[in-house]
Write a protein that binds this ligand. Sequence first.
Ligand code: ZN
Length: 218
Amino acid sequence: MKPKNLLSPVLSLLFPPRCPFCRRVLPVGEMICEACSEKLPQVTYRKYTVGYYPCCAPLPYRDAYAAAVKRFKFSRKCTYAQPLGLLVIAAAKRAYHDLSRFDCVTCVPMHKTTMRRRRFNQAELLARECAALAGLPYRDTLIKLRQNVPQHTLKRDQRAENVRGVFAVSDPSLVRGKRVLLIDDIITTGNTLGECAHMLHDSGCREVCCAVVCATRS
Ligand SMILES: [Zn+2]
């Protein structure tokens, strides 16, 4: 066996964490490299409304930020959950101030068929990381009842209809009277998040606030 082959299992075990945006190897203890940290948007978050509910996003969906979210989602870069979660929680703290008032963190669910194919829900991974960073419990609260056409394939005026009746609260007794922080990776029109927030509110949630990594709208 050549030295390179002898080393490869060790190297794979010790595969160093990389910056989610430029993919450079990170110094120990860093989650985003210094150069990318310095380039982060000056505006620490943007605030949107999804239905009747607020949503905040630290990053625009473009360039290295969009690429990082795509790798996180489609290439299963699970290690990105922590740096991206850190940015989401920093934005949520600024947008919603005291996060300790929330009873739990939850996420936009994936249909079981998609979950079987993809093997992980990036929104859940992100929400679990956000919960840990905020010192809050993570709870599965929503289920996706049926597969719908991907939102990005539809015109804007078709998107609200496409998500109607797709989500449900799994156990209303778990969310009744609670304040919930709802997490997803991206906000585009906000129809998906708005529908999920609406279902939580309909089940008796006292407050629903949303937070995502990237927003496609400014
Ligand atoms: Zn970087």
